[in-house]
Unconditional design. Structure first.
Length: 235
């Protein structure tokens, strides 16, 4: 059974310890839906550890959704699979991903050999969106003016300014990551942005909806703080 409560987790980027602390603090019930908004790898200290932990979580917990971020998209393209901008992977934090698997940066063949089959399958199985009724979860955003069924997957993974600067006419609040912000971006009823830049020394954030509760853990810490989404989420 899937309940009404939705928990969404922002961009992790290899911050394994902070992710573990945040997950341990979330008041999850079996019927709650837990959604990860993508960007599990690159830039941070333990991309391989994050993927391993999420593989276990997928096996342990129903009602858990793993979205694809643009960094997973780049990684897949780098490995010669369907994706975009593979040539930019190493320069955009892919060197840290390679190091976490014990290989030199820039060597796609070596990275593919080092990736456990379960890790590659996990990345390939990630989704581009998740529709939870009043809330649409994506990594980057949506193209304003385009019906939900006609959204381009490239926009869902990569869009930035055109989405951030323009209201949309979908009957859902878009919950997204991708664009780092110092404070959670709240532009209701249009969007909620929860990439608060943990890998840059700030916070890893999760949001509980429709209650409008925020859960934060700072980089290098394990204490999870709670606060209210301002303004409150729409009930």
């Amino acid at each position: 059974m899937i309940g009404d409560r939705l928990f969404a987790v922002g961009d992790i980027h290899g911050c394994l310890h902070e992710m573990d602390a945040l997950l341990a603090a979330l008041p999850l019930q079996p019927a709650d839906t837990l959604v990860f908004l993508g960007d599990y790898i690159d830039r941070g200290p333990s991309p391989a550890g994050v993927i391993e932990r999420l593989c276990r979580l997928r096996a342990e917990r129903a009602n858990t959704v793993f979205l694809r971020g643009n960094h997973e998209d780049m990684c897949l393209a780098f490995l010669g699979r369907p994706g975009r901008h593979g040539a930019a992977f190493t320069a955009n934090g892919g060197d840290r991903t390679a190091a976490s698997y014990g290989v030199a940066p820039g060597d796609a063949a070596a990275l593919e050999r080092a990736l456990p089959a379960a890790h590659l399958e996990f990345i390939e199985a990630t989704r581009t969106s998740y529709d939870h009724g009043r809330y649409l979860c994506v990594h980057a955003g949506i193209r304003p003016g385009v019906p939900l069924a006609e959204q381009d997957p490239t926009d869902l993974l990569w869009i930035r300014a055109d989405f951030l600067q323009t209201p949309h006419d979908l009957d859902r609040t878009v919950v997204f990551g991708h664009t780092p912000v110092e404070d959670v971006l709240v532009d209701l009823p249009y969007k909620i942005g929860i990439d608060t830049g943990c890998v840059y020394g700030r916070l890893l954030t999760a949001v509980e909806l429709p209650a409008g509760r925020l859960y934060h853990v700072a980089r290098g810490e394990t204490r999870v703080r709670e606060s209210a989404l301002e303004p409150p989420a729409l009930a």
